[in-house]
Design a protein around this ligand. Sequence first.
Ligand code: AHR
Length: 371
Amino acid sequence: MKQSRSFALVLMVVAAMLVLASCGSPTTGTGDSTGAAGTAASVAAGGATASAAAGGTAASAAAGGEAAAGGGLPKVTKKDKYKVGFAQVESNGAWRIAQSESMKAEAAKRGYELIYTDATGSEAKQIADVDTMIAQKVDAIFLAPKSEKPLAQAVLKAKAAGIPVFLLDRNVDQSLAKPGQDYVAFMGSDFVEEGKRAAEWLIKATGGNAKIIQLEGTVGSSPAIDRKKGFDDAIKSQPGMQLLASDPSGDFDRDKGRQAMETLLQAHPDVTAVYAHNDEMAIGAIAALEQAGKVPGKDVIIVSIDGTRDALQAIIDGKLGATVECNPRFGPAAFDALERYAKGEQLPAKLINPDKFFDSSNAATEIANAY
Ligand code: AHR
């Protein structure tokens, strides 16, 4: 009995040594795998921690990527054509559809192979989608993270697998993953500035006197956080700009925006202005206001963000006051960034899109270019 127990113990020790030895020997690639086994395992187990960010290179070999020595950003080998992943968050409106189309069209134009996934608004699915791209050994991943915290984990997993990540249109929590270290760069708009521009227009349009309802975007997403900050900071110094309510249930979605507005109207029938974090929710709010017998554009002044075709039409119809552009056409800039990175260029932490502004002065001419 005693003898068989010691034999079992010896077997367990030998098995553990074999596992450790196999973790330390990459099958392909040139990544530095030193000390990476534990880190990669903890990332795979879902640990979005600073220590995970600092290390994981063991899986790089498995994914065919080239992790930088010392736990830095994975590199991309320069090629004529790349195999890339685009992990889209959802397809719940014109903005997302335009972004997906831009990525697909540009990939086709350049002869890239594009692995496209749609997480249908689920953080868990988006994390799993990135896992699939890692397993498919893409050269780079373009990720539009649903929210800042949970998706940082997907960034770290890709890094540990030796695959560089470019964040498209939404950011991740900077305390969990950092540009130039865990992901290459954030590409998108300056959301704080968008919120500020919406507030400045509203202050002018209302003469600095308004009872405002704010419809926030997806909870925990960088545009919702920053657009709120930009707007709230800008109206702080205006005593006549009164925020009646700031509602987090609209989720960047037209129908959820309509439902939120319907409920809010019961508590705040005296509302005179709406600031929606995107056009979809603004259009939903317009429907709710009309349903309640109010005249959008007269009784209630509305401002939002994106610049969709429906929003420009609502401006032409006099229902929406203005919308700050948030450009969704990422394809050319995204793949230019990848090619620059593959050539060894160090990209800035943020690549900010210049955004236009649409109101009654230009909506009729701009609608021809809208999506
Ligand atoms: O991240 C950008 C935002 O996400 C767009 O404003 C919105 O319409 C989308 O869902």
